[in-house]
Design a protein around this ligand. Structure first.
Ligand code: GUN
Length: 292
């Protein structure tokens, strides 16, 4: 078994991004600029957004955070998005999900100018992704592709089983792995809560992408010898044993699955760190006007 080491790859790619951000500053006089909107006080969202902002600063981007109380109206939020859309100093805009129940995430996503949608959630970007056209690719799937590329993992002709059909990870991942591209050219099965024979299907996978959000859901008996295992899960459990007060678990029972896998991502230290890289690369591409 070998590790797909998110720490190593993300640090290496951050160095590359830092150099490119410096070149953007030298030629245009401005830094790539990411704006994040955070509504409410969800513990996970707080951590993710803080990490996104910190990493922007690290690679020489400008970052701005707009925080709203849980009670903010949908109209007020949409008005802020419209304002940021028009601001020529902003390259990328993300609204951290999940949002409070009274705010429609579809409306929010579609209000973001697709040319600044560095999360890649806007229907224009998703449609262009399906057609293999230049677009912003959702950050987590993008990060996984970069990881597979870094380790030169063979994907062509392989059976990739994606577990979980979320808009953010599972659904776009299934499309990307089936595209005529590298990484890609897989035969893809997208599985979810209604899938029959889920265990048998996962057992037939050469590449498993686990994005269910359930601790240790993928057990050793579901994994074929030599499979590549990508664990997208970030399941937080409170713990008195760590400084942060919680401990992270993946969707994969790492301890028992790892001995069977050819390659596997750890949690933490795997896909989570690569998600940030996907976001930074999209923001950089936006600042360089590479896509739109
Ligand atoms: N919530 C969980 N993952 C993500 C993400 O990639 N982007 C945003 N905006 N919210 C999220």
């Amino acid at each position: 078994m070998e590790l797909l080491d998110g720490k190593f790859v993300s640090e290496k790619l951050k160095e590359e991004i830092t150099r490119e951000a410096a070149a953007v500053l030298a030629t245009t006089g401005r830094k790539p600029h990411l704006v994040a909107i955070l509504v409410g006080n969800d513990g996970g969202s707080e951590t993710y957004v803080a990490s996104k902002m910190k990493n922007c600063e690290k690679v020489g981007f400008k970052s701005s955070l707009f925080r709203y109380d849980e009670s903010v109206s949908e109209a007020e939020l949409l008005a802020k998005i419209e304002e940021i859309n028009k601001d020529s100093d902003v390259d990328g805009l993300i609204v951290q999900l999940p949002l409070p129940k009274h705010i429609d995430p579809e409306k929010v996503t579609e209000t973001i100018d697709y040319r600044k949608d560095v999360d890649g959630f806007h229907p224009v970007n998703l449609g262009r992704m399906m057609r293999n056209l230049p677009c912003f690719i959702p950050a987590t799937p993008y990060g996984i592709l970069l990881m597979l590329e870094e380790y030169k993992i063979e994907t062509s002709g392989k059976h990739c089983v994606v577990v979980g059909r979320s808009n953010i990870v599972g659904s776009p991942m299934s499309i990307l792995m089936a595209r005529n591209a590298y990484p890609g050219n897989c035969t893809v099965t997208l599985t979810h809560s209604r899938t029959r024979n889920l265990e048998e299907t996962v057992r037939s996978a050469d590449i498993i992408v686990a994005a269910i959000g359930k601790k240790n859901f993928i057990t050793a008996d579901m994994v074929k010898d030599g499979a590549v295992v990508i664990d997208v899960g970030i399941n937080r459990e409170t713990s008195t044993l760590t400084k942060s007060g919680y401990k992270l678990y993946g969707d994969v029972d790492f301890e028992n699955v790892a001995p069977k896998a050819s390659w596997i991502t750890p949690v933490p230290g795997g896909v989570g760190l690569m998600t940030i890289i996907g976001l930074l690369k999209n923001t950089l591409a936006s600042a360089k006007k590479e896509i739109y």
